[in-house]
Design a protein around this ligand. Structure first.
Ligand SMILES: [Mg+2]
Length: 379
């Protein structure tokens, strides 16, 4: 089965007024995604999602031009061969780096979708997994920098929905961060796992100040206090505090995860299937982490495609951590791209979809109705 055509579709929607969550990288004003359609000479069609990289038009252009030219005509089942070709020709050379990783991720997800559809199997079965429960936390663009009382109300709502874990956005000032975590701990009690995410916006001094309080409040992980390249700050913070660090949504390919794991600074890795190199590469990263008894907690990108793929993968590795549920009230990328990607059960868990491939039937009318909006999604 040969790849005959690759097309990227950048899509956007504006976040409704009054629902703009603020976090360490700004205020969310719109959401973006890049969907990737791969067609074959046997008529099997696959869909993937590439992360938008804050410039979805550029990622789509890269896929439609250079990546499509590199990959068209290759064997659609040869995910390793496609990965290696794009890696060698575009990712590791000529400076496109992360953009090429995003583009390759979208193509790789579509090829796994094709493989599943060709044999009628859901992705988790192809990967050696089973339809098992995967624990989820309330995350996505939610629980932002708001006043502690409203944050506590929001957190309570997710616990009522069934979530047993949730993630707060920190990286504001140490005093405000601690006040928010404390308010949520008081609201949800001691049995809920509270995670925090600095979105790369903390200074080493901020981290020194908040760590004792986070330890006392039982924070489960402190995600991305620093930029991914700041290896020394991660090492210093890991020595200082009782709260384990997490990172990975801005780490690309198994090579960057190798450094992260060798440094021994994080206790949780968070590869994003739509950023780090697709299913193919995230399975390799999961194996690297498994050898160190570290769990994989994929960062969730934007649409039901990425969500479905992440749950399949978590149901297929021996070191699954959390699935990041997207709890935004209004999220058509989650709900309308192609069916509901997951449902939360009473224990706060989700299961992989049972349809062939990723199990998402993309509605192209939805894509046509949500054309690209240029500009940054956080301001
Ligand atoms: Mg994060």
């Amino acid at each position: 089965m040969r790849i005959t055509h690759i097309r990227a579709v950048p899509v956007s929607y504006r976040v409704p007024e009054g629902q703009n969550v603020t976090l360490g990288i700004g205020r969310a004003v719109k959401r973006d995604a890049v969907l990737v359609k791969v067609e074959t000479d046997e008529g099997v069609v696959g869909w993937g999602e590439a992360h938008h990289g804050r410039c979805p038009g550029a990622i789509a252009r890269l896929i439609d031009t250079t990546i499509a030219e590199l990959v068209t005509g290759m064997d659609a089942f040869d995910t390793v061969g496609v990965w290696s070709r794009v890696y060698r020709m575009q990712l590791a050379s000529h400076g496109m780096g992360a953009a090429a990783a995003l583009a390759l991720s979208g193509v790789d997800l579509a090829l796994w979708d094709i493989r599943g559809k060709a044999c009628g199997w859901p992705l988790y079965r192809l990967l050696g997994g089973a339809s098992r429960p995967v624990k989820a936390y309330a995350g996505g663009i939610a629980l932002g920098w708001q006043d502690p009382a409203s944050l506590a109300d929001e957190a309570r709502r997710y616990v009522e929905q069934g979530y047993r874990a949730l993630k707060l956005r920190v990286g504001d000032t140490p005093a405000r961060d601690v006040a928010r975590v404390r308010a949520v701990r008081q609201a949800v009690g001691d049995d809920i796992d509270i995670l925090v995410d600095g979105n790369t916006g903390c200074s080493p001094d901020d981290v020194r100040r908040v760590m004792p309080a986070y330890g006392e409040l039982g924070v489960g992980w402190f995600e991305e206090p620093f930029t991914p390249h700041d290896h020394r700050a991660y090492a210093d913070a890991a020595r200082q505090g009782s709260v384990p660090l997490a990172a990975g949504e801005n780490h690309y390919t198994r090579f960057e995860f190798t450094r992260l794991l060798e440094d021994g600074t994080v206790a949780f890795v968070q590869p994003d299937l739509s950023k780090t190199g697709g299913v193919t590469e995230t399975m390799r990263i999961a194996a690297l982490a498994s050898a160190r008894k570290i769990t994989v907690n994929p960062h969730t990108s934007a649409t039901g495609i990425n969500m479905a793929a992440s749950i399949h993968l978590l149901a297929s590795v021996d070191n699954p951590g959390y699935f990041e549920g997207d709890v935004a009230r209004h999220n058509p990328f989650r709900d309308e791209v192609g069916g509901v990607p997951y449902a939360l059960d009473a224990e706060g868990c989700v299961r992989p979809l049972d349809g062939p491939g990723l199990g998402i039937e993309v509605d192209e009318r939805f894509l046509a109705a949500h054309p690209l909006i240029e500009g940054p999604c956080y301001v």
